[in-house]
Design a protein around this ligand. Structure first.
Ligand code: UD1
Length: 417
């Protein structure tokens, strides 16, 4: 097993580039199942979840050619089963439900099961697909979906689920007639998926708003598409610059999709300026200030930045709070930050954070993807050495993070434990 060893106390300076977005790439890769011709994707990040998606696509009957940052995917002979061995390592595998039902009228997808950040059911995906004519049963740990040609429908989500909206966008693209998704998720990754589907010939409007209209078409065609940059990776670098009291130019930064985060960071004393090639970040003043945050669906403050901003708040002046409204049980990083000397109290879904004069390095354990990032951030400013174990979580979603951070002045190394 590998771990990261970080020697804290080095301000980051220089230029750091953002990779392609994991959460946009995953649905886009699976959406290529909808096309019978070859799609070419660029800016594909090199991550474990992406490798898992390629394995899944191959099992489902696609031919894949991969080169640095590029993938050509050709669905050849599709088959309907997504096995547990893959689904259990990547919950987003459930996004093949919509495309498989649309193409084959059949999908047998292992039920994802519990995950570290809460129960995360897929009931809203299934209810919405049922409105389009699919029928589901649960058998031997598998969701078994069957349908004739999917029918357009008016669907109103109880909650703007990201994955649910994506599954429905994909299914509706090849359905008969018009589908209207109300209370749809508005995340930038949904807009990216919609743009990819449109590039393949889908008829979609309203993406980026809470009402999306999809007119089904007979078939989708080959296209070339560049995946958007990763807003969560960008946000993590922005926080790293402010926390270490350095200055970074975050290249390829999807600034327009970071509003909910940037508003909060500005309140906390972070200065950002748009430059031609990216976003320049440093502290506005010597001190950082605590604030109160509630995680919300886009365009609100993203739950995927909650752990990282908590680390930032540990270094701020005064007390602030974070109310986690999207996932239950997404505070597993709290006890690890406390091991580094943070002052954090949990009360239900709210964490109260009091800034401390300094954090002190210690061995810590990563519990999920974004928690891993928060521990690295804390390690970058802690006095002495921090060891972050279980970094396989990190490798699911951050491309070569230790290399990128080393290149701008961090003392961080990957070692075998
Ligand atoms: C996606 C992102 C994840 C991000 C999350 C919220 C990907 C691969 N993952 O996850 O990084 O943290 O959006 O921005 O893009 N829910 C139900 N029933 C459902 C579906 C969801 O109860 O059928 C609940 C979930 O348990 C969770 C909340 O709704 O509490 C949000 O889930 P959702 O928006 O669907 O997130 P994901 O697509 O799983």
């Amino acid at each position: 097993m590998e771990k990261l060893v970080i020697e804290g106390g080095n301000p980051l300076h220089g230029t750091i580039r953002v990779s392609g977005s994991k959460n946009a790439a995953l649905p886009i890769l699976l959406a290529s199942l909808l096309c019978s011709e070859t799609v070419t994707l660029t800016n594909v990040p090199n991550l474990r979840d992406i490798t898992t998606s390629f394995k899944l696509l191959e099992l489902l009957g696609c031919k894949i050619e991969r080169a640095e940052g590029t993938a050509k995917i050709t669905p050849v002979t599709l088959q309907p089963e997504a096995p547990y061995e893959l689904v259990k390592t990547m919950r987003a595998s459930v996004l093949c439900l919509g495309p498989l039902l649309a193409r084959l009228g059949q999908a047998d997808v292992a039920l994802p099961g519990g995950c570290a950040i809460g129960a995360r059911p897929v009931d809203l995906h299934l209810k919405a697909l049922e409105r389009m004519g699919a029928e589901f049963s649960l058998d031997s740990g598998y969701i078994r979906g069957r349908c004739g040609k999917l029918q357009g429908a008016k669907i109103s989500f109880e909650f703007p689920t990201v994955g649910g909206t994506e599954n429905l966008l994909m299914a509706a693209s090849l359905a008969k007639g018009t589908t209207v998704l109300e209370n749809a998720a508005r995340e930038p990754e949904i807009v990216d998926l919609a743009k990819f589907l449109i590039a393949m010939g889908a008829k979609i409007s309203g993406h980026g708003t809470s009402v999306i209209t999809i007119e089904g078409v007979e078939k989708l065609h080959a296209c070339e598409y560049k995946i958007m940059p990763d807003r969560i990776e960008a946000g993590t670098f922005i926080i790293a610059a402010a926390m270490t009291d350095g200055e970074l130019l975050v290249e390829d930064c999807p600034t327009e999709s970071l509003e909910g985060l940037l508003v909060v960071l500005q309140e906390m004393g972070v200065y950002t300026e748009e430059k031609e090639t990216g976003l320049l970040v440093r502290r506005a003043t010597n001190l950082l200030y605590a604030t109160d945050i509630t995680t919300q669906p886009f365009p609100g403050f993203p739950t995927d930045m909650q752990a990282q901003v908590m680390s930032l708040m540990c270094c701020a002046t005064g007390a602030g709070s974070i109310d986690e409204k999207i996932f239950e049980n997404r505070f597993m990083h709290v006890q690890e930050l406390v091991r580094l000397g943070a002052d954090i109290k949990l009360k239900g879904s709210t964490a109260i954070i009091r800034g401390v004069t300094h954090l002190t390095g210690a061995p810590v354990m990563a519990s999920d993807l974004r928690a891993s990032a928060s521990l690295i951030l804390a390690g970058l400013v802690a006095h002495g050495e921090t060891e972050v174990e279980r970094i396989y979580h990190l490798d699911r979603g951050y491309e070569a993070i230790e290399k990128k951070l080393s290149a701008v002045g961090a003392k961080i190394a990957r070692v075998s434990s």
